[in-house]
Design a protein around this ligand. Structure first.
Ligand SMILES: [Zn+2]
Length: 299
C-alpha cells in the first residue's frame, strides 16, 4: 500500500470492524494520489471470504477470481474520455439487482465520479437512495465541488492526500530510482502517480521540454515548439499552466516589475478560464496569445 493511503484505510477499517462501514463510500483527493488503488483494495476486501478486517486474504476463491480479474461480483465503471454517461450508470442498477454469483457481497467502483453527466448523476442518485444489503458502492472523485451535493451527502467521505513531501520522495525513489532528480518533481509531489505514469509512458522528455520552454519565456525564445507540443498532447495544458504559475512566482522573487507580474497573471487566468469554459476553443490561437503576453510580461 502506498504509505499515505494507510491513514484513510485505517479509519475505514475501524468502522468496518465496528460494523459501521457505510454502503456508499466516497474517496476524494487530487488526480494521481492513488484513490483508485485504495478503492480496489477496499472492493477486494469486501469481496474476500475470509476477511475480519478490510484486507483481502489473497487465498480464498474470491481473492483468486480477483487476481485473475474475473470476479463476477465486482464492477468497475470508469471512462478514458471526458464524461461518464447515463447508460454506464444504469448498468450499475442492473448489476446490483441480480444476486451475487459467489453468494456474498457485490461491489461497484465508479472511478472519477465527477465525470458523470447530469443525467448519469441522477441515475446514480436513485441507486444510492435504495440501499441493498450486501451491496457496496465506492466512488472516487478528483473534485468534490463537481459532484451534486445530493450524492455527496449520501456517501461516507474519506479524504485521500499525501502527508509529507519526504514520504512521497522516499516512495518515488523506491519506485523510480534516479528519475526523481527532474527539476519539476516537487511541483507534483501531491500527485505521485502522475509522475510515475509520465515515467512509465516515457513522457518525461515532453515534460522536461515543456518545463524548459516555460523557464526560458521572457528571454528571446521561440514558443512555436512549445505550442506544437501542447497541440500534440493537450492533456498537458494544466501542467503548462502550473509551470507558468511557478515562473511568475520566481520572477516576483527576483523583484520583477509589479505591473508585469499582474499582467502575466491576468493572461494566465484568462487562458485557463477560456480553456475550461469555451468548447471548441482554438487552442493554438489561445496558446499563441498567452505566450505572446507572457513573453512581454516576463522579460
Ligand atoms: Zn480472500
Amino acid at each position: 500500500m502506498m504509505p499515505w493511503l494507510e491513514r484513510p484505510w485505517q479509519q475505514l477499517n475501524t468502522s468496518f470492524k465496528a460494523g459501521r462501514f457505510h454502503h456508499a463510500q466516497l474517496l476524494a483527493g487530487l488526480q494521481g494520489v492513488g484513490k483508485l488503488a485504495l478503492a480496489q483494495g477496499l472492493a477486494d476486501a469486501i469481496l474476500c471470504e475470509n476477511t475480519s478486517e478490510l484486507l483481502a486474504c489473497g487465498q480464498c476463491k474470491s481473492c483468486a477470481l480477483i487476481a485473475a480479474q474475473t470476479h463476477p461480483d465486482k464492477l468497475l465503471v470508469s471512462s478514458e474520455g471526458a464524461t461518464i454517461g447515463v447508460d454506464e450508470i444504469r448498468a450499475i442498477a442492473d448489476f446490483i439487482y441480480h444476486s451475487a454469483q459467489q453468494g456474498g457481497n457485490k461491489v461497484v467502483i465508479v472511478h472519477q465520479a465527477h465525470k458523470m453527466t447530469h443525467s448519469a448523476a441522477n441515475a446514480l442518485l436513485k441507486t444510492l437512495e435504495e440501499p441493498n444489503a450486501k451491496r457496496f458502492l465506492i466512488l472516487t472523485c478528483d473534485d468534490v465541488a463537481q459532484l451534486p451535493a445530493t450524492i455527496v451527502s449520501r456517501c461516507a467521505k474519506s479524504n485521500v492526500a499525501v502527508q509529507s513531501q519526504q514520504q512521497v520522495r522516499a516512495w518515488l525513489i523506491q519506485q523510480l530510482g534516479d528519475y526523481v532528480d527532474q527539476p519539476w518533481i516537487d511541483l507534483f509531489v501531491s500527485q505521485p502517480l502522475k509522475i510515475k505514469h509520465w515515467i512509465e509512458t516515457s513522457q518525461v522528455e515532453q515534460i522536461n521540454q515543456l518545463f524548459n520552454s516555460i523557464e526560458r519565456l521572457g528571454h528571446d525564445t521561440d514558443v512555436s515548439e512549445c505550442v506544437e507540443l501542447l497541440m500534440k498532447s493537450p492533456e498537458l495544458v494544466s501542467e503548462m499552466s502550473l509551470f507558468v504559475q511557478e515562473r511568475i512566482k520566481q520572477r516576483l522573487c527576483e523583484g520583477a516589475d509589479f505591473f508585469k507580474i499582474t499582467a502575466s497573471q491576468r493572461a494566465l487566468s484568462e487562458f485557463i478560464k477560456d480553456h475550461q469554459q469555451i468548447p471548441g476553443l482554438n487552442l493554438q490561437l489561445a496558446l499563441l496569445k498567452l505566450f505572446t503576453s507572457l513573453k512581454q510580461a516576463l522579460q
